[in-house]
Design a protein around this ligand. Sequence first.
Ligand code: MRU
Length: 347
Amino acid sequence: MRVGDTWYRTIWVGDDGWSAQIIDQTELPNRFVMARLETLEQVAEAIRQMRVRGAPLIGVAAGFGIALALRRDPSDAGLQRAVALLAATRPTAVNLRWALDRFAQRLAPVPSAERAAEAQRLAVTMADEDVAACQSIAAAGETLLREAARTAGNGRPVNVLTHCNAGWLATVDWGTALAPIYRAHDAGVPLHVWVDETRPRNQGLLTAWELAQHGVPHTVVVDNAGGHLMRLGRVDLCLVGTDRVAINGDVANKIGTYLKALAAADNRIPFYVAAPSSSIDWSLETGESIPIEERRAEELGLPSEVAVANPAFDVTPARLVTGLVTERGVTSAGREGLLTLFPERRP
Ligand code: MRU
């Protein structure tokens, strides 16, 4: 990610060789500040409070948390305790469980004296893999944007609507839904992005900040504006991220995504979901059983006597999803589409 003249990732090993450095996303877009995480508990807190957020990034951050935990207690019990603590931080993004399962499996046979170093190696590898997956998603999604530009014709910018933040900040670098946008923009495809504000945590402001750093034209709109813009013909394509994809192609993403997909379907606007394989839950047949995180009422900023609910995600049924943009290409949202790209998952 480009910030001024410097390229950053969202997480990396500190100069001391063992702490985890992060960009504290609760300070953005007002302040670009970094934080140093030195313990398992600090990593768990950073995920819970959304200092690091976005499905792929919380998976990788959890890996760094395991490495830090094992410096203090490399026993089997220490590993189990760390996995349990991190797994309980945020329930919807499957990337977290995917990462923790991978650590648990890899580390179980490793002698305790070597576990912390091995865990850090794996965390760094997972960070690199995430960057590579995002770059492949960028290439796959760029073709969709080029196609939309051809349809728009006459050099008119393609109007893309996105929800939440599925960019640099939600991954280790590049993003999922925003990666094709950066790549197409860099290749000269004219683009403009409608950015949903994404109440209550306003991740749309993170998206706007990123797009501004990269020079991509964009406009922030309130969450309820999308349907209006679509009806007026001012949206060519929707592109969002996901926290969990079920085998039938149902996708969980930030609350409000479902409404955008409904509006897109009514207006015959393609609705694409960028989905790295780390977000596919091969154990879930449908999206019905995806756990939806309920966050604190205070996030809404309303008077304390007001009764509120704060579900953080919703599920968009596969029938409303035009396609999934994965690191192996674009496919239909459903079992056959997924298995065509990931044949190793065929039963
Ligand atoms: O609550 P958040 O900010 O972690 O939610 C993030 C999203 O919903 C993203 O769209 C999703 O994680 C995909 S990020 C590549």
